[in-house]
Ligand binder design. Structure first.
Ligand code: ZN
Ligand code: ZN
Length: 422
């Protein structure tokens, strides 16, 4: 399908007083993303915060257009020149979320009334197998369940899920048509204002099927990381708007894989739903670690304060922790909350690539392609659906060792734990 990004101006240089089709394109962009008054906000069922910006006359670069453009520049950390300069135009061309950029990050009062939410698929992407789409969305939901009381369980569409996930292209019936490859990648709808019951579309997340989706890390050229975009859209499904903080998952532009929450995202979601419930927490020390492929290890030292492992050059390995598990406490079966790891790698030549969580033989969460190096002294990995504990928790950590000195191929496992929910 041909690109339909007729909302992006084609050339830089527009300034106050300009008239014509290019100004209309600029105004279309500013309307589409919430900087100028338009029916877009209503179609997303949100209130815009535009009181101070005068209405713009179509096709004329007037005061309203300039103020809206300055606001776009400020939100995106560009010099607020009020002119469509090269830097601003380049930013407008980046792939992004279709949800309007509001003045407020969290929208007070808008939230799901309970903590056990359901989701279901109306369509799958044709780019990747359905099982991988399911795993990618579970990984995305797990980011939010790791820091809140929320649990996300997949159900059939006939069970009327809170969050319906769709992969669709072009006009798909909600007044916000997708635009072909690149440009807008996805959009989602806020939850209801309790005690109002949700409208059917509230909470839903739509992905542009004209994008080339992938779950591989690093993504091949031109492909878009589904885990990253899904995690961002689910932030909207839960009530978060766009963040102006650079590096936040909830920032509006896509800049490659971002499979973690920034402290700004955590503060935002916890301001709506609070932190996670912890009924019980269990930890083991790093000296209890098991090494899957000892022949690929150059050295291992168990010290009082950690286990230091040096991988042989250009190898991958898995490391396993068994967590003492309180399955039933006081006649009450617990649920699995996030697991937490304390570790560090001594350089970017030792990378924690994947973290998998098991209960007995069942894998209950997979955090793939997280690619963490450096100091991580309290890194949480959620389990989206908060299952009942059955057999005993295991954590498996996939690590890639590159080249360089022994020191650069070193990492320290300090401790591993799990929170259990009531
Ligand atoms: Zn967004
Ligand atoms: Zn849609």
């Amino acid at each position: 399908m041909a690109n339909q990004q007729d909302f992006i101006p084609t050339a830089a240089g527009l300034a106050a007083g300009a008239k014509g089709a290019e100004v209309e394109r600029l105004q279309t962009y500013l309307k589409k993303f919430g900087y100028l008054e338009s029916p877009v906000a209503e179609s997303f069922r949100i209130n815009t915060v535009l009181a101070s910006i005068p209405a713009a006359e179509k096709g004329t670069f007037d005061e309203g257009t300039m103020q809206a453009l300055k606001r776009f520049q400020t939100f995106n950390h560009l010099p607020a020149t009020g002119v469509l300069d090269e830097a601003t135009l380049a930013h407008m061309k980046l792939p992004r979320c279709g949800f309007p950029d509001l003045g407020e990050f969290t929208n007070t009062g808008r939230k799901w009334p309970g903590t056990n939410l359901t989701y279901g698929f109306q369509e799958f992407s044709l780019d990747i197998p359905a099982a991988q789409v399911i795993e990618a969305t579970a990984q995305a939901f797990a980011l939010w369940s790791a820091v809140t009381p929320l649990c996300f369980r997949r159900v059939a569409l006939s069970a009327n899920p809170n969050i319906i996930i769709r992969f669709v292209s072009g006009d798909h019936g909600d007044g916000n048509a997708f635009d072909g490859p690149s440009g807008v990648l996805a959009h989602a709808f806020f939850p209801p204002f309790p005690p109002n019951p949700p409208e059917p579309i509230q909470g839903d997340a739509h992905f542009d099927e004209d994008e080339n989706w992938t779950i591989a890390i690093p993504p091949a050229a031109g492909k878009i990381d589904l885990v990253t975009v899904a995690a961002h859209e689910f932030g909207h499904s839960l009530g978060l708007g766009h963040s102006a903080v650079a590096g936040a998952l909830m920032a509006p532009f896509y800049a490659g894989p971002h499979r973690f929450l920034h402290s700004d995202d955590i503060a935002g979601i916890q301001s709506i739903y609070g932190g996670s419930f912890i009924a019980h927490a269990m930890w083991v020390h790093g000296t209890s670690i098991q090494i899957e492929l000892p022949e690929q290890i150059e050295s291992v030292r168990r010290l009082g304060f950690y286990t230091r492992i040096v991988g042989k050059p250009n190898t991958t390995n898995w490391f396993h922790f068994a967590i003492p598990t309180p399955v039933i406490v006081d006649n009450d079966r617990k649920q699995v909350g996030p697991i937490i790891l304390r570790f560090r790698t001594l350089s970017a030549n030792a990378v924690v690539r994947d973290v998998h969580i098991y209960d007995g033989e069942a894998r209950i969460a997979a955090h793939n392609g997280v690619n963490l190096s450096g100091d991580h002294f309290f890194e949480r990995f959620g389990v989206a659906h908060c299952p009942d504990v059955l057999w005993g928790l295991g954590i498996s950590i996939g690590v890639t060792f590159g080249g360089g000195t022994a020191n650069q191929r070193s990492m320290d496992f300090i401790a591993a734990g799990c929170d259990f929910r009531p």
